[in-house]
Structures are given as C-alpha cells and as structure tokens.
Design a protein around this ligand. Structure first.
Ligand code: NDP
Ligand code: 2IT
Length: 446
C-alpha cells in the first residue's frame, strides 16, 4: 500500500478507534485508490487525504419528544456535513436505534463519492437519529420529526444542505420534517428536502429510483461480461424502499425474484407476490411473517436469507450495513450466486468483498450501484429550482442514463489504471475520488 495512504489510515485508526463502520468504509476507499497516490506524490504535500477524511462540520443535538401517553423521551439527532466541494451537502436522514456518529460518518463518507459519480452538483452529507420509529403512532412520528427539525432547520437550506430519506425515513417522515421547516422558516422552499410527496414538490420516480437504478446498473454489469440476455434468479434482502423497487424492476425485466427479507426473517416463494409485500411493509408496516397467510403461498423462516440453502444467480442486498460476512459470501457462492450488487450502503463486510473478488463473483459496490436514489434527488432539486415537473418517463430515462454513465466511469477508471475492468470497487472509488479531489484543489486549500 502507498505509504501516505497507510499513514493517514493509521492516524485515523488511532483517532476514531471507536467508530468501526467509519474506519471500515475509509479503509476500503483508501486501499482501493492507493494507486492514485502512487501516481500523484504531490497530493501528500497538499494533505488531500487528510482533507477528504475530515468532515467539514458535524452537528449533534438533543431531540426531546412526548409519546401518546404523555411520557417524555430524549433522542440524539445528528447531521454530518462532510464535503461540499461539488455542491450543497446531500444525503439522507436515518432513524434507527443503531444510529451513532460513527455510522453517520461512514454513510456521509460513502455519500461524497457516490454523489460525485452521479456527475450532478451535490456534495456529501448524512444525518439522523437513534430514534426507533417501529411501533410508533403517526402522531408520535410527527412530534418526533417536528422536534428534530426544530434544531436541524438552522443548518439546512436549498443551497447549503439538502436532506432526504434513508432507513426509517420515507415520504411520511419527509412530509412532517419539511412541513415543520416551512413553518419555522416562514418560506416555501421545496428544494430544501428531497423525497417529498408528489403533491408539494416531490419528483416522480424518486421513490422507485434507488431500486430501479440498482437493476439498471446490474444490466450494465451483465452486458460488460456478455450476459445481457441472462434472466437470473434473484434474492433481494430487505423489504423496505430500496428492496421493494429493486424487486419491482427485476420482475419487469423478466427476472425471477425468489426471496426477500426483513430484520427478523425471510420469505421464499417461486411466485413471489410483490403487491402482498408492499401491503405488509408500506401499508401495515408489519412483519414478513404475515406473507404466507396473505399471499396464500410461499414460506417464511426466521434468520438471514444469506444463511439459507437456495438456488440463485444474483443477490441484491438492500437492507443494512454488514449483513454479509465471509461465511455468508461462501454460502451465497455455494447457492450459485455469481453477481452481488448493493442496494444498501456497505452491506458486505471486508471478508465478504474479499471472497467475492477471489472467487470471480461480479461485485457492484453500493456507492455505484445504489446511486440512482440520490441522483434522482438531484433531479428533484433541479425541478424545484425550475418550478416545474418532469414526467415519469423523462425522470426514468435520465436515471437510466445516469446509471449507464456511472458504470462506464467505473470501467474507464479501471482501464486508466490498468485494472481488471470488472473491478467495480476500485473503479467507483477512483472515479468518484478523482472528481472530488480535482474540485477541492481547484478551490484552494479547504
Ligand atoms: P427502509 O427503512 O425502507 O428498509 C430497510 C429494510 O431493511 C427493512 O426491510 C428492514 O426490516 C431491513 N433491515 C433493517 N435492519 C436489518 C437487519 N439488521 N438485518 C436484516 N434486515 C434489516 O430503508 P431503505 O430501503 O431506504 O434503505 C435500505 C438500505 O439502502 C440502507 O442501507 C440505506 O442506507 C440504503 N440506501 C437507501 C436509499 C434510499 O433512497 N432510501 C438510497 C441509497 C441507499 P424491517 O422491515 O423488519 O425493519
Ligand atoms: O444513501 C443514499 O444515497 C440515500 N439515502 C439517498 C440520499 C438522498 O439524498 O437522496
């Protein structure tokens, strides 16, 4: 490894020893881009890496809220404003009990390069809270969102920082958050948030964009190895926003999705009925355990779908980070899986990625494969600025072109540095990083 890269990584390991996910994300990016620093020794004098790994600003705040019984609770709220060299900070808000500063730094760091790959003018950021939306009433969710925004509003704006959804934050939460921003600020600024409802500035296809974009990216991966006519059997993990629309597009492509999962278990069904999954998850907000009864077919099992013995060609992990370790990667290979493309952020740990690469499995990392969501958020920002709305077909076509372009950038970066053109991990990290570095250096010493 390049000595400069190694020094920065070791320093960070000392400083942020208690942020394992953040260190994992940085280590992956820095080790796979080491070659760039071999070729650009002057980057060390300019402290390019130190500037990249340090967030421009991190905000932490108290979020007190009252439940329906009148009992008070206090959660932690955060916004990590990581890098604005390419545009306003852009990235989702996550509400999940596992949220802490280290998780949001990992997500914010990934977001910088993902956003750069879209080639749209957006910097990187991420935020959220350790609030658990599970089992909460609509009123509790609203009060929480209002309290959260009462602090966050002073740090965001259409030209400074533009949040959106992530795990636990969907169109309902975005509505409450945006509504409270509008109330406190006394201005109508739809461009301050993306993922809004269609009735007040949301973009068609934003809800579907991450999942659809993921499948468009997989199509490019298959083309890259001459398998464009393949009709794979697919496992999708998760059954939230990303998973549902990945499944929908996969089915539209004529692929067979045989399993989906949630935080407790998974369903297996050769005739998977996505409408039933949508009803359970989007309407009832319930468990997939209900699926066999509602669908009248299929099986439900507790545990991880990646431990199961199934027969499939493609895995689309769309749940959460570090869902797949080396052992699960081996099981996936034994199930026949030869392509993994990440709808989630960092769902594969270091051992899993090593296993994929050592066994010739095609691997599409999240920052390339799931960039369709944030790209379409940037399209929502454009529509808000112009005060007009594009049709579904127009947004979908732009999304499709963006995913084709991201794939091409990964392959071009591999070719430029003499790497295997299917090394998407290195390709995505190099292409994203080069764009950010160039913008940072051109703007001086920040
Ligand atoms: P949602 O909250 O809509 O869905 C999350 C899904 O993951 C749920 O089905 C949930 O199960 C499941 N899940 C949560 N924790 C675990 C776990 N420990 N093991 C297995 N399954 C789990 O989130 P999104 O679909 O929005 O996000 C999913 C992933 O995609 C995240 O990594 C996110 O960062 C990433 N992403 C999201 C984008 C977006 O636009 N929304 C864009 C790009 C990436 P349950 O229903 O039981 O809670
Ligand atoms: O991880 C992600 O890219 C997202 N959660 C989407 C962020 C956004 O601003 O649309």
């Amino acid at each position: 490894m390049n000595a400069y890269v190694e020094r920065v990584l070791n320093d960070l390991k000392k400083k942020d020893a208690y942020q394992p996910e953040f260190l994992q994300a940085v280590e992956e990016v820095l080790t796979s881009t080491s070659i760039v620093f071999d070729l650009h020794p002057l980057y060390e004098d300019k402290a390019v890496l130190e500037r990249l790994v340090e967030p421009e600003r991190m905000i932490q705040f108290k979020v007190p809220w009252m439940d329906d019984r009148g009992v008070y609770h206090v959660n932690r709220g955060y916004r990590v404003q990581y890098n604005s060299a390419l545009g306003p900070y852009k990235g989702g808000l996550r509400f999940h009990p596992s949220v802490n500063l280290g998780i949001l730094k990992f997500l914010g760091f990934e977001q910088i390069f993902k956003n750069a790959l879209t080639t749209l003018p957006i910097g990187g950021g991420k935020g959220g809270s350790d609030f658990d939306p599970k089992g909460k009433s609509d009123e509790e969710i609203m009060r929480f969102c209002q309290s959260f925004m009462t602090e966050l509003y002073r740090h965001i704006g259409p030209d400074t920082d533009v949040p959106a959804g992530d795990m636990g934050v969907g169109v309902r939460e975005v509505g409450y958050l945006y509504g409270h921003y509008r109330r406190i600020r006394g201005v109508v600024e739809p461009g301050v948030f993306t993922g809004k409802s269609l009735g007040f500035g949301g973009s068609l296809i934003r809800k579907e964009a991450t999942g659809y974009g993921l499948v468009y990216f997989v199509c490019e991966m298959l083309k890259n190895v001459g398998l464009e006519n393949a009709k794979p059997r697919v496992v999708v993990s998760g059954s939230g926003n990303v998973a549902i629309y990945a499944c929908e597009k996969a089915k539209q492509m004529g692929w067979q999705v045989i399993a989906m999962s949630d935080s407790k278990g998974y369903i297996v069904d050769e005739h998977l009925d996505l409408d039933v999954v949508k009803h359970i998850k989007e309407v009832e907000r319930g468990s997939l355990a209900l699926y066999p009864e509602y669908a009248g077919h299929g099986e439900y099992h507790e545990g991880s779908v990646y431990d199961a013995s199934l027969a499939y060609d493609v895995a689309l992990p769309c749940a959460t980070q570090n869902e797949i370790n080396g052992e699960r990667a081996m099981n996936m290979y034994n199930c026949g899986c030869r392509l993994v493309a990440e709808g989630a952020n960092m769902p594969s740990n270091k051992d899993a990625v090593a296993y994929y690469l050592n066994h010739g499995m095609l691997y599409g990392p999240g920052k390339a494969a799931n960039a369709g969501g944030v790209a379409t958020s940037a399209l929502e920002m454009s529509q808000n600025s112009m005060r007009l709305s594009w049709t579904s077909a127009e947004v979908d076509e732009r999304l499709h072109q963006i995913m084709i372009n991201i794939h091409a950038q990964c392959v071009d970066a591999c070719n430029k540095y003499g790497l295997d053109p299917t090394n998407y991990m290195a390709g995505a990290n190099i292409a994203g990083m080069e764009r950010v570095i160039e913008a940072m250096l051109a703007q001086g010493d920040y």
